[in-house]
Design a protein around this ligand. Structure first.
Ligand SMILES: Nc1ncnc2c1ncn2[C@@H]1O[C@H](COP(=O)(O)OP(=O)(O)OP(=O)(O)O)[C@@H](O)[C@H]1O
Ligand SMILES: [Mg+2]
Length: 413
């Protein structure tokens, strides 16, 4: 088996480390997942490293699991980056077309994207992604692919996604210490979007919401382009804390209660339905299940409001034809979809992985979309005709001066 045909996606989340090893299938679209593993994440909080030593041991333990499963050592991986330090800004670049006859070449496109990166980024931030949205060729707006067109001037509107240098470095350090080299770093919600949406949904207009343990990330797509990105500092672990505070019980017990009898939709709970905390390992205490649903609903409503405010800011509240796709572990909460439909006034569904074949059942889960999307990203980057092939003008992950810059070709038709 050729080594280049294997792609490793490594998602270091706040609650869990997940890794998948994927293989490209000849003549078939989509990847085959050979191995997958998950393990608890220590030393990581809110998507950022809080203890390198603990992070290294939890990442190593998970990598060992997948290596045992596949018999293939994970030597290099595409990794996810997440955290509330990540921000996105709109940027505009302008260049004069180089060639005398005014025909736009790939080189002009590279230069204009480079120009868009010259925004005044804070000194302690580095660029993770540069996502061109549309080009302007002389005065013609909304051009998707300017190569070959004639013009004097080329402009681009792009979204720049950047993160704090220190946080990025710490994650890289932890990964390198496990002996794995980093092929690429990809924003977690971008990777999960790749794994759980179709091209058609992204063309029509869709929002992907990844509800993790301590972050909720939003990425809005329209006409195949990324329209908006936001990482909110609130996640499914806040629901657990609310239950712990509301019922005056420990976090561990609250998590058990949430996973076993939690729902975001009080309307689906029978008024007479009761639970006994003793059944979950707590003290003897009987309470109505409705009470737990009420606590959860309040938090989910608040999260939905925060997300809807983001949609309002880009004039898409209630207006995305392909609706909202919720992925990540938080998506598995019963009742979340019903409450989402009500709050967003849009179609809402759970984002399961699409288009992967595997004998490993556990990857068919919204919690695995980020790791799977990373493998897809890697597979794409390695193929010359890939949707996400990198332009040589952009530095690699190891190029610390230029940071990590990518131009997704898929965002162009
Ligand atoms: N069946 C379920 N019902 C309700 N909540 C669930 C369920 N399964 C997982 N969760 C919640 O999902 C969260 C973990 O999600 P996920 O694994 O996507 O997070 P993460 O990637 O580790 O975190 P982050 O993306 O914030 O760094 C936990 O808070 C957990 O309680
Ligand atoms: Mg996550």
């Amino acid at each position: 088996m050729a080594k280049t045909e294997l792609f490793t996606g490594l998602d270091v989340g706040s609650s869990a480390v997940r890794v998948v090893i994927a293989q490209r299938q000849i003549g078939v679209d989509g990847l085959h997942i050979l191995g997958a593993a998950e393990g608890p994440a220590d030393g990581i909080s809110k998507g950022t490293i809080t203890s390198i030593e603990d992070a290294v041991s939890s990442i190593s333990a998970t990598l060992e699991k997948v290596e045992r499963m596949t018999g293939v050592p994970a030597e290099h991986a595409t990794i996810a980056i997440n955290g509330t330090h990540i921000t996105s800004i709109e940027s505009h670049g302008i260049v004069a077309v180089a060639k005398a006859d005014g025909e736009i070449k790939q080189n002009d496109v590279d230069r204009v994207i480079e120009a868009a990166q010259a925004v005044a980024a804070p000194p302690n931030y580095e660029i993770l992604h540069v996502i061109p949205r549309s080009f302007t060729v002389d005065n013609q707006h909304g051009v998707k692919d300017p190569v070959g067109m004639s013009a004097m001037r080329l402009e681009v509107d792009a979204q720049i996604i950047e993160g704090q240098t220190a946080q990025i470095k710490n994650l890289q350090k932890a990964i390198y210490r496990t002996g794995v080299s980093i092929d690429d770093m990809v924003l977690a919600v971008l990777a999960s979007s790749l794994a759980c949406t179709t091209k058609r949904q992204k063309d029509l207009g869709v929002a992907v919401l990844n509800i993790g343990a301590s972050t909720t990330s939003l990425m809005v797509f329209e006409e195949g382009d990324v329209l908006h990105t936001k990482i909110l500092p609130i996640g499914a672990s806040h629901i657990t804390s609310d239950i712990a505070i509301g019922l005056r019980i420990s976090i561990d017990l609250a998590e058990k209660v949430k996973l076993e009898v939690g729902t975001a939709n009080p309307a689906e709970v029978d008024k007479h339905d009761e639970i006994n905390l003793h059944d979950f390992g707590g003290d003897e205490l009987v309470l109505p299940r409705h009470q737990i649903a009420d606590i959860i609903e309040a938090r989910v409503e608040e999260m939905d409001k925060m997300v809807d405010r983001e949609l309002q800011a880009i004039d898409r509240s209630g207006l995305l034809p392909a609706g909202i796709i919720i992925t990540g572990g938080g998506a598995k909460l019963p009742g979340l979809i019903d409450i989402g439909k009500r709050d967003f006034r849009l179609p809402v569904s759970i984002g399961f992985p699409i288009g992967y074949t595997t004998a490993i059942d556990k990857v068919q889960d919204p919690q695995f979309t980020t790791a799977l999307g990373l493998a897809s990203w890697a597979a794409d980057a390695s193929s010359t005709h890939g949707l996400f092939s990198k332009l040589p003008a952009f530095g690699s992950v190891n190029d610390t001066v230029n940071g990590m810059r990518h131009w997704f070709k898929s965002l162009l038709p």
